[in-house]
Each structure stands twice: as structure tokens, then as C-alpha cells.
Ligand binder design. Structure first.
Ligand code: GDP
Ligand code: MG
Length: 163
């Protein structure tokens, strides 16, 4: 069967926006309110004739900081269990957070294949924002803008290289 690629990351980083772009349909729900994705969402995706299953691990709606941490842990566990490749998405405008680091550590501890997508890099002058995420210790940050469709080809090239 097809390789599974799971997108994890804290609420509001743009997981559902990326998912919809890659799947080519508005399946996942994108909202300005953090954490509105209602369930785990799964769809087929394809790049250069490579087919894979994409999972948006958004999950239930967290309301407090503790909830967000818990949800991140659950997301990461699901991804670690199911995925052949994990895309950890972070917010290049807000910078690195404790929950980004916690998930990165979980993924690293389990030795899972991971790509680091730094989202919301909507213009060239924001590209330097990606560098600090080297500190997550899971490899080279890939700057993208899910909304503007920037860097997605590079990200997908890496995806099909790794699956
Ligand atoms: P999720 O909670 O991680 O699934 O995030 P969403 O996909 O729902 O997006 C959360 C918010 O970030 C929405 O307001 C999106 O429009 C916005 N967003 C997503 N991608 C980008 C991007 O590349 N650039 C900017 N500036 N905003 C983005
Ligand atoms: Mg979502």
C-alpha cells in the first residue's frame, strides 16, 4: 500500500492549509481560531507520479495551553505509530516554541524520518526566520508558505525522496 505522510504541529501553524494545497481540495477546515480542525483527516496525494497518503493530525480542539501540549503529544504518537514520514510544521512568524521542541524530541527519540517545514514564510525577506529552527535538532528547515504556495515543490521533492 501507499506510504503514509503525517503532518504534525501546534494549532494555527497552517497544517490544514498545507493539506488542502497538496490534496488539491478544501477538505481540511482552515480557521483563524487556533485548533479548529475537527478530526484527523486523510487523503490521497501525488507528486511526480509518486502517490502517498497524507494525514492532517489536527485532531480535537484544544483550548488551554495544557490542552495544546496534550494534543501535540497525541498527534506525535499517532504520527510515530502510523507514518512512514512525518512533516513537523512550525510557524516561521511566531518562532520556536516549547511545544515545537517537545514534539521534535519525541520524533527524534523514536528515530522517525522527519521533514521540518517552516510555514508562513510569505516573502523572501522572511527567509532568515527559518534558521532558528535548526535548534530543534531534526535537520534542515524547509521554508514554505502554504498559503502563497511557496517552497512546496522543494518540500514535495524531499517527501518523495524519503518515502
Ligand atoms: P492548523 O491549525 O495548523 O491546521 O492551521 P490552519 O491551516 O487552520 O491555518 C491557521 C491560520 O494560519 C489561518 O488563518 C491560515 O490562513 C493561516 N496560514 C496558513 N498558512 C499560512 C501561510 O503560509 N502564511 C500566512 N501568512 N498565513 C498562513
Ligand atoms: Mg487544522
Amino acid at each position: 500500500s501507499k506510504p503514509i505522510v503525517a503532518v504534525v504541529g501546534r494549532p494555527n501553524v497552517g497544517k490544514s492549509t498545507l493539506f488542502n494545497k497538496l490534496v488539491g481540495e478544501r477538505i481540511a477546515i482552515v480557521e483563524d481560531t487556533p485548533g479548529v480542525t475537527r478530526d484527523r483527516i486523510i487523503a490521497d496525494a501525488e507528486w511526480q507520479n509518486h502517490h502517498f497518503t497524507l494525514i492532517d493530525t489536527g485532531g480535537i480542539e484544544p483550548h488551554t495551553k495544557d490542552d495544546i501540549m496534550l494534543q501535540m503529544r497525541i498527534q506525535a504518537e499517532v504520527a510515530i505509530d502510523m507514518a512512514d514520514l512525518i512533516i513537523l510544521m512550525v510557524d516561521g512568524r511566531e518562532g520556536m516554541t516549547a511545544s515545537d521542541l517537545e514534539v521534535a524530541n519525541m520524533i527524534r527519540k523514536h528515530n522517525r524520518d522527519v521533514l521540518l517545514a517552516v510555514n508562513k514564510i510569505d516573502s523572501l525577506n522572511l527567509e532568515n526566520n527559518a534558521f532558528e529552527f535548526y535548534n530543534l535538532g531534526i535537520g534542515q528547515p524547509i521554508a514554505i508558505s502554504a498559503e502563497q504556495g511557496l517552497g512546496l515543490g522543494d518540500l514535495l521533492d524531499e517527501v518523495i525522496d524519503r518515502i
